[in-house]
Design a protein around this ligand. Structure first.
Ligand code: FAD
Length: 622
């Protein structure tokens, strides 16, 4: 809300009209009622009325967008609105209830400790626990019909794969960094060389099927349809944080990170009011940025603004544009609820006090007309700075239609050629465990005959679509004892399975389980089933980014995706954040958060208000 003194507005001269005096009086009264009286604050918008200009518009309330909003507010910038297409916040962090458990349909693990901002927030508060990777010794490898693979053979093969994987970060990493082929080719070369040195080798069929399984397992890391499309050297751009690579949240799942970002946890009274600035169900359909960037000095066709704009001084105006919408409570901002499904519903439940108490100033308004953002529900917003955090999948699918004019050529090259993967998760819930206690799961060793048989027997469960080909096994979540089996499904099968109903996929999984383990156990029907559908959701179009051979060929980099579009004075106009814009922590939540902070800092620096006294004070209170 504006905290500037009310402007002294002189009553305008009325034109000489041939009206009766009473009519003139009425008109004067109406006009006076509409204008602020001297010394009184300007009228506020009625609660719930939409405000359509913000200093900053953030598109997307996922980890990147939320982190950016929190960072800005922490530094005293409250004049912002977050437009979110979904009826919930969180984006690819989506923690849902599943029977008496909660499960994460998107991000689940905190990957590493050193340099991982999520760990830095959650670790000291003891919110995380160690889980460990799928353990080679605990998971069993099973053929259809129930025969278990010899564990020594499997251990031998798994050891080879671990040796090769572990070389990514040491001297072998530099070898991979110079490799021009796919990761699949490189891996198989390494694997074969090492296999040939073994005195005793596992049977060829086991090696073959194990590698089939291992490719899927590797696919969870990048989501690529095949590791023959994953760039070998591109993989070395990703940096692992040292420490445990698979920590899980003790309670409440990954959604907890949003409470940490806004300081709601552990101090609810110090919460940064991000949630109240989020407009749910607000799908952006167009971002018109030409006037904001070029102003009256339009460029000739084909000129790239990134090459043209210089870092000149900015013209600052003191005009205030601080109104935000205030609305009804929403019970749970993370979950799509009926309360929060109305277009434009703001998710805030807390008081308005924090934002109103915060000192407001509005240095940094630009001289140019604003960026215009249109919504598919007919809404229209304007802003001086727009921060786009939608996924690379959304950009690939709709950047052409979304941006007017089109994005600069180098950015579009990155949009088209950086890889964006497909990973989905499936969860089955059983009333009681039917597997031995302590087991971490079964990895399935699938043959072509298995697939043909399944296809023949179960067309009613979408078997023609071959989606079961993507299943790698069934893994028991030790943190949800007794009940939950889960699997990841990657690439083409992950996309295909989204077209079938939950019932078809659940029954297909059950039949697949029967095929491999039905001889060993009496497996009951699951009593619950849930899954993600990241591909068909138009607000995601997949899971996370990776480096493909196309990225190498086209010289496409995350840094190109991250490049800001500046105006003629060199000030931020349209900015980009999101996991795919991070050059080494891409595909993760910690990467997404860092990217949001990066862009928030860019805005703050451009306004010269990085680390205001107010922010310092808040930090001291923490
Ligand atoms: C299955 C799966 C498992 C994963 N596992 C892990 C893991 O274990 N650990 C880990 O660190 N990471 C994991 N990730 C990756 C992690 O979830 C993402 O990297 C991160 O959440 C991305 O955050 P973001 O803010 O960049 O994008 P998003 O979360 O996608 O946020 C973008 C937001 O923009 C909104 N949006 C899209 N289009 C529009 C529009 N037109 N108008 C308005 N809003 C729009 C979307 O609804 C979304 O809320 C996983 C992801 C998936 C899918």
């Amino acid at each position: 809300m504006s905290r500037a003194p009310a402007p002294r507005t002189p009553l305008p001269q009325l034109p000489q009209l041939h009206l009766g005096r009473w009519l003139l009086l009425l008109a004067l009264l109406a006009l006076a009622a509409a204008l602020p009286l001297e010394g009184q604050p300007p009228r506020r918008r009625p609660q719930g009325a939409p405000s359509n200009h913000s200093r900053i518009l953030i598109i997307g309330a996922g980890a990147a967008g939320y982190a950016a909003a929190a960072r800005l507010m922490e530094n005293n910038v409250f004049d912002l609105t977050v437009l979110e297409a979904e009826p919930r916040i969180g984006g690819r962090v989506n923690t849902v209830r599943f029977a008496e458990n909660i499960v994460d349909l998107g991000a689940e693990w905190v990957h590493g400790e050193v340099g991982n901002v999520v760990y830095e927030m959650a670790g000291p508060l003891e919110l995380l626990e160690h889980q460990g990777r799928i353990s080679k010794s605990a998971a069993q490898y099973v053929w259809s019909g129930g025969a278990l693979a010899d564990q020594d053979d499997v251990d031998m093969l798994f050891n080879l794969t671990e040796e090769i994987r572990d070389t990514h970060t040491d001297s072998w990493g530099s070898q991979l960094a110079n490799y021009t082929g796919s990761y699949g080719e490189w891996f198989l070369e390494q694997f074969t060389q090492r296999l040939l040195t073994l005195e005793r080798r596992p049977p060829a069929e086991l090696v073959d099927r194990f590698l089939g399984w291992f490719e899927k397992y590797t696919g969870f890391y990048d989501g690529s349809d095949t590791w023959f499309n994953t760039s070998g050297r591109g993989l070395t751009q990703y940096k692992e944080c040292e420490g445990d690579l698979a920590m899980v949240w003790k309670r409440n799942g990954y959604r907890s990170v949003f409470d940490l970002l806004t300081k709601r946890y552990p101090h609810p009274d110090q919460e940064l009011p991000v949630r109240r600035r989020v407009l749910l169900n607000s799908e952006v359909s167009a971002i018109r940025w030409a006037d904001r960037v070029y102003g009256s000095q339009r460029l000739g066709a084909g000129e790239d603004v990134l090459d043209t704009v210089e870092n000149n001084d900015v013209h600052h105006s003191t005009q205030q544009h601080n109104e935000v919408t205030e609305t009804a409570d929403a019970a749970d901002p993370y979950t799509a609820t009926e309360d929060a499904t109305e277009a434009g519903a703001v998710t805030e439940t807390a008081t308005q006090a924090a934002a109103e108490e915060a000192p407001q100033s509005d240095q940094g308004r630009t001289a140019n007309p604003p960026v215009v953002v249109e919504l598919s529900n007919g809404g229209r917003h304007t802003a001086d700075i727009v921060l786009v955090t939608v996924s690379l999948g959304v950009l690939k699918h709709s950047a052409d239609a979304l941006f007017d004019p089109q994005l600069p050529a180098r950015k579009m090259n990155a949009v088209r050629n950086l890889g964006f993967g497909q990973v989905n998760k499936l969860f089955m819930y059983f009333s009681e465990p039917w597997w031995p206690s302590g087991l971490s799961g079964y990895s399935v060793l699938v043959t072509g005959e298995d697939l043909e048989e399944f296809k023949r027997k179960y067309p009613q469960y979408g078997a023609q679509g071959h989606w079961v080909h993507g299943l790698s096994g069934f893994y028991i979540d030790q943190h949800k004892p007794n009940v939950v089996l889960m699997d990841w499904i990657v690439g083409e099968p992950a996309r295909v399975m989204e077209a079938y109903s939950d019932y078809q996929i659940m029954m297909g999984c059950k039949k697949w389980l029967d095929m491999f383990l039905g001889h060993n156990y009496s497996i009951p029907l699951p009593v619950g089933f849930t899954r993600s559908k990241w591909w068909s959701n138009p607000h995601f179009r997949g899971s996370y980014s990776y480096r493909s051979l196309d990225s190498d060929r086209a010289d496409a980099w995350a840094a190109h995706l991250a490049e800001p579009i500046l105006d003629m004075q060199g000030e931020p106009a349209v900015l980009f954040a999101g996991e795919a814009t991070h050059d080494h922590y891409y595909s993760t939540v910690h990467g997404a958060i860092e990217s949001g902070w990066r862009e928030a800092d860019r805005i703050l620096k451009s306004q010269g208000r990085y680390r205001t006294p107010y922010a310092e004070e808040r930090n001291r209170q923490r």
